[in-house]
Ligand binder design. Structure first.
Ligand code: PFF
Length: 376
């Protein structure tokens, strides 16, 4: 068989950091703390660890194996592996990735806005009212469009010069920010109750099936599984890479960031008595209760808040890139477009498609439950 010419990663570290970039995102510091507080605290954390390592790692490994062997994006990779009947599963992968990016980019736009506001003017005195007014309407649309524009420009740059280069800089930055925040959280008086909620399990909850199901869907989302992102990234690998080692490293890094993220969010929330807020709404929790704590902290809160939202934004960007890359590489392989056209076409289509969901939160909620809870 003639060897396929295909773009590829420059270094193994580049691949690992890009895959960690895909995995680490809003799922770690936004969806994970919400799921922990919704599903019984530390019991969820235990089941989540089991799901990540017993289920997530093997599935990631199988996506890697199929991607590296076929050197194709999901639709064609599955057809080549399992025959024509598998094309529909490949299509479902791309559709799910598309729908996730559709709401992901809207929320990522919010993180961009919060980061810029922390930098330029500080957090609003009433974060609840600010959230209501800033996350819908024209302002939200502008940030969503800006986020998509940045994502598209990186994906147009290609695997090595775009995705890899950005990941090599942004992922170490994100680790530093998250660890710095966790060290700061240690200094808060009154954070102890947060740590014990997060780390001390009620044994009965460990055996709850609804907690188990929530842990499974969180693991899939957080490890970027089931949408072909890992498959696509592995399709740019050379044949000799050690796949089990990579899958374990990436999953461990992803779990590490979520876990350390919890060591930030819970003490911060409990130190200011805001624990009632976080379980209130899946989407809004983090954007209301956490800034409320930053406002209470005074001057320090602005710096800490800037670090927090910058970390979220960086995570969202590298994940958004991988979601757009799934669609882009499918257009390149299956529909034979060149990279620039594929990334621009898919990106602009998604950007336009999502304008209504950026504008009205009702549509956003619908997309979220459809892709995150059902398709996944
Ligand atoms: N893993 C990302 C997160 O935790 O935020 C979300 C995600 C990215 C899911 C890419 C799926 C995917 F293909």
């Amino acid at each position: 068989m003639e060897a396929r010419s295909r773009e590829g990663w420059g270094t193994k570290t580049g691949f690992i950091l890009a895959a960690v970039g895909s995995a680490v995102g809003l799922g770690n510091m936004w969806r994970f703390p919400y799921a922990v507080s919704d599903k019984g605290g530390a019991a969820f954390v235990i089941l989540y660890i089991v799901m990540v390592f017993a289920v997530g790692v093997p599935i990631m490994l199988s996506e890697f194996a199929v991607g590296r062997r076929t050197r194709l994006s999901p639709i064609d990779a599955l057809r080549e592996t399992g025959g024509p009947r598998w094309i529909s599963l490949g299509m479902l992968y791309v559709l799910t990735g598309f729908l996730i990016l559709a709401y992901y980019s809207v929320i990522a736009g919010w993180t961009m806005r919060y980061t810029l506001e922390a930098l330029l003017s500080g957090f609003a005195a009433d974060p609840g009212a600010y959230f209501e007014s800033s996350t819908t309407g024209v302002g939200a649309v502008i940030y969503h469009v800006a986020f998509m524009a940045i994502t598209i420009s990186i994906v147009v740059g290609g695997v090595k010069a775009g995705i890899e280069r950005v990941s090599l800089v942004l992922m170490p930055l994100l680790f530093l920010l998250v660890v710095g925040l966790a060290v700061y959280a240690l200094t808060l008086s009154g954070g102890g109750a947060g740590y014990s909620f997060y780390l001390r399990p009620q044994l009965a909850d460990v055996f709850s099936t609804s907690t188990l199901a929530a842990a499974a869907s969180q693991a899939f989302f957080s490890l970027s599984l089931g949408m072909g992102a890992m498959l696509t990234y592995a399709s740019y690998l050379k044949r000799q890479e050690n796949l089990p080692g990579s899958a374990a490293t990436i999953s461990l890094a992803d779990f590490g960031v979520a876990f350390v993220g919890g060591l930030v969010v819970f003490p911060v929330i409990f130190a200011f008595g805001l624990q009632g807020d976080i379980g209130e709404s899946a989407i809004g929790a983090l954007f209301i209760s956490v800034p409320r704590a930053f406002v209470e902290m005074g001057a320090a809160g602005r710096v800490v808040g800037l670090m927090f939202f910058a970390a979220l934004f960086v995570g969202a960007l590298t994940s958004g890139i991988s979601l757009l890359e799934v669609v882009t590489s499918s257009l390149i392989d299956h529909w034979k477009l060149d990279r620039a056209r594929a990334a621009l076409g898919a990106g602009i289509f998604i950007m336009l498609f999502c304008i209504p969901s950026a504008y009205y939160q009702g549509i956003l909620d619908l997309l979220y439950s459809m892709s995150g809870e059902f398709l996944l």
